[in-house]
Design a protein around this ligand. Structure first.
Ligand code: UDP
Length: 323
C-alpha cells in the first residue's frame, strides 16, 4: 500500500513510518517540522519507498499533493505536549481542529480510510479509572488553557465519527503516555524524556507536585503496533481504541526507577505545581486505560514492560548524546 503519515517526522509518527517501510509499504510523510525533526527519520531518509513533504496539513495544495496516489492515511500531525499547548493554545486549536477537519474532508472526497491520533487527555480528570472508550468525560474550564488540547482532540473525534456516518472509514486511537527513543523532553512523552535527560546531565529529577499522581506508560513500539492494528482491522472502522498499558505507576516511583535503571543516583527535587506550570494549572492525579476493547477487537496487548522500555530509551539517549 501507499500510506500517508501526517506528522511522520514526529516522535510516534517516525516510528510508525519505519515500521510501515519495513513491512514493504510505500510511505509519504507530510510534516511541517514544527514539532517533528528530520533527524527522527535519519535511518530511512534515503529509503527508495519514502517520500517526504514539508508543509502544513491546513494548506490545500500541499494536502492535495500529499494525498496523490495514497491508499490509506494515518493522521498524527498535531500540536502535542503540555508545554507546547500552554505556550500557544490558539495554535493548538487551529492546527488540531482545522488540520483534521480538512484532512477528513479530503479523505471523504477521495474515499480514503483514515486513522486519527487522539489522546487520553480527552478523558480529562476522568469519571472513573481505568477509563473505557465510551465512558463519560470530565474536562476543566476554558479559562485553564490546558484543556484546549483535550477539547481540540475531542472535536476531532466528533468530526471523524460524523464523517463515518457519511460512509468515511475512520478509526480513532487514544494514546496513553507513549514514551521511547526520540520523545522530546520539551514536547510529547515529556516526563520520561525529561527524567532521562536530567539523569544524563547529572541534574536533579524534577518531580512536579508531591509525585503521588499516577500515569500508565506505553512503549512506542507497542503504540505503533496498536495503531497499525486499529488502522487496518476491518472491525475497527467507526471505533475508538485506548492504546495504552494498564500498569500504573506514581511519578515519584518513576523517578526512583529512572535512578535505578540509569545507575545515576541524582537527587529528586519536588517542584510545586505553580512553579512548574504557572498559576492555576490542574495536574491530573491519575490516568489509566481500560484496554479491553483493543484486546478483544484487535487482539492488541502492550508487551514491553516499563523496565525494559526505560532501559531501551536510556540506551538510545546515551548513544544519541554520546556519553
Ligand atoms: N512531570 C513531572 N516532572 C517533569 C515533567 C512532568 O513530575 O519534569 C509530571 C506531570 O506533572 C504529570 C506527569 O509527570 O503529572 C506526566 O506528565 P507529561 O507531561 O509527560 O504527560 P501528561 O501530563 O499529559 O500525562
Amino acid at each position: 500500500m501507499h500510506v500517508l503519515v501526517t506528522g511522520g517526522a514526529g516522535f510516534i509518527g517516525s516510528h510508525l513510518v519505519e515500521r510501515l517501510l519495513a513491512e514493504g509499504h510505500t510511505v509519504t510523510v507530510l510534516d511541517d517540522f514544527s514539532g517533528g525533526r528530520p533527524e527522527n527519520l535519519a535511518a530511512v531518509l534515503d529509503h527508495p519507498r519514502l517520500r517526504l513533504l514539508r508543509g502544513d496539513v491546513t494548506d490545500p495544495h500541499i494536502r492535495s499533493a500529499a494525498l496523490d496516489g495514497i491508499d490509506t492515511v494515518f493522521h498524527l500531525a498535531a500540536v502535542v505536549g503540555v508545554p507546547r499547548v500552554l505556550a500557544d493554545p490558539l495554535r493548538t486549536l487551529q492546527v488540531n481542529v482545522l488540520g483534521t477537519e480538512r484532512m477528513l474532508a479530503a479523505c471523504a472526497q477521495r474515499g480514503l480510510p483514515i486513522c486519527l491520533a487522539s489522546s487520553s487527555e480527552v478523558y480529562g480528570k476522568g469519571v472513573r479509572w481505568p477509563a473505557a472508550e465510551d465512558d463519560d468525560l470530565r474536562l476543566g474550564p476554558p479559562t485553564s488553557p490546558r484543556w484546549a488540547y483535550a477539547v481540540s482532540k475531542l472535536l476531532d473525534e466528533h468530526l471523524a465519527l460524523a464523517w463515518a456516518r457519511h460512509g468515511l472509514p475512520v478509526r480513532i486511537v487514544r494514546y496513553f503516555n507513549v514514551y521511547g527513543p526520540r520523545a522530546d523532553p520539551a514536547g510529547y512523552g515529556y516526563v520520561i524524556a525529561r527524567f532521562l535527560d536530567q539523569a544524563l546531565r547529572g541534574e536533579p529529577l524534577t518531580v512536579y507536585g508531591d509525585g503521588r499522581q499516577t500515569r500508565s506508560f506505553i512503549y512506542v513500539s507497542d503504540a505503533v503496533e496498536g495503531t497499525l492494528r486499529a488502522g487496518t482491522h476491518p472491525a475497527a472502522v467507526g471505533k475508538i481504541f485506548n492504546i495504552g498499558r494498564a500498569e500504573e505507576i506514581s511519578i515519584r516511583e518513576l523517578a526512583e526507577k529512572v535512578r535505578t535503571i540509569t545507575g545515576r543516583p541524582v537527587p529528586i527535587r519536588f517542584v510545586p505545581l505553580p512553579e512548574a506550570y504557572g498559576p492555576g494549572f490542574e495536574d491530573l492525579p491519575r490516568r489509566v486505560p481500560d484496554v479491553r476493547q483493543a484486546r478483544t477487537l484487535l487482539g492488541f496487548e502492550a508487551r514491553v514492560t516499563l523496565e525494559e522500555g526505560l532501559k531501551r530509551t536510556w540506551e538510545w539517549w546515551r548513544a544519541c548524546r554520546r556519553v
